[in-house]
Design a protein around this ligand. Sequence first.
Ligand SMILES: Cc1ncc(COP(=O)(O)O)c(C=O)c1O
Length: 396
Amino acid sequence: MTNLKSSLQLGPASTALHADRVLESGNGVAPAIHQSVTHTADGADDFARKATEPSNDSFYARHGNPTSSRIARVIADLEGAESAQMFSSGMGAITTTVLALVRSGDHVIAQKNHYSATASFLSRFLPRFGVEVSLVEQQSTTTFAAQVRPNTKIILVETPVNPSMAITDLRAISDLAVAQRITTICDNTFATPINQKPIDLGIDVVVHSVTKYIGGHHDLLAGCVASSDNLMKRVWDTSMDLGPIAAPFNSWLALRGIRTLKIRMKQHNANAIALANFLEEDPRVARVFYPGLVSHPQHELAARQMQGFGGIVTFVLDSGYEETRRFVENLELCQNAASLGGVDTLVVQPAVMFRGRLSIDEIEKQGVTPGMIRMSVGIEDIEDLIYDIDQAMNLN
Ligand SMILES: Cc1ncc(COP(=O)(O)O)c(C=O)c1O
């Protein structure tokens, strides 16, 4: 690596493969899994230094872990961040970041639509601790601007959003926040740094459910936060109290996954647009939500801030709740399972998924209708996916 360009100058595929090599002693091509929960110190001074140094990964596992440092380095470089930290889940990353940046009496602006657990954290959890939250329509920046108050500390956005695929204008939000000295956080799970780089657009902090595209194989639960060294120090301090730290084996699986992120995203992008086009032409489908379609109301914005439109296609069958359930049951190749972002195509009927956790009112506020399907388009051959969906839509 010493004769190569620095990893920040490498392209994303090379960065995903090599950015962490500088962190490993020894000459293993594949990374080691560091399971040790604690590390010996070279005397009292070394012990004291390791104990107090932020993110030191050779002291005690809640402070940091060498395998987690490697995947965090790769994500930081891909996102254009100074540093990053791994978490036990996407929700561990999101909640720790927000809690690191607010105190009682502060105000947070976020979107009306978010991933359901994020929405619940914002509307149920934060108010219990004296943090006020305003939820706004993400499609218009003026809705965010109208809510800014002297005590606003954070604007949290998620784009494209789960499951409606609405887009938030990242450059406009960051311009608004910089002028008001507000910290911006973007959940970049759906896009990944291959398709969208929020930090390049002025956003301060990027959070991920690594469980999704970065892991990519439906076999690990993890999260990540990437930002400036200063902000990451505050996130790390809070994580020391809360403790939602990534397990070394999950970090190792995430490293294995991220090596192929660019080629996987290329295939997800290609399959999703092909499927969205197929669905849009089919009379059995009432509506398709995919930012890559010209018919998406924010297609121009998506094209401006994204390099690819991602692998999630949401569509509404021209059918009711029960017929839509049958469509899902008819699928043979596509599997009915929660989560998204892996190599296998997964399908959910959001009305079913939300019903266990949210009231009907809350489900409707998320913009979910009975015939809605969220499809996480995998990397199968597109002809096989279209064949399966076509046969499953024969409901009579
Ligand atoms: C956009 C988004 N953010 C965050 C999360 C939470 O991630 P995790 O399940 O890893 O906690 C999810 C999970 O589906 C998600 O879709």
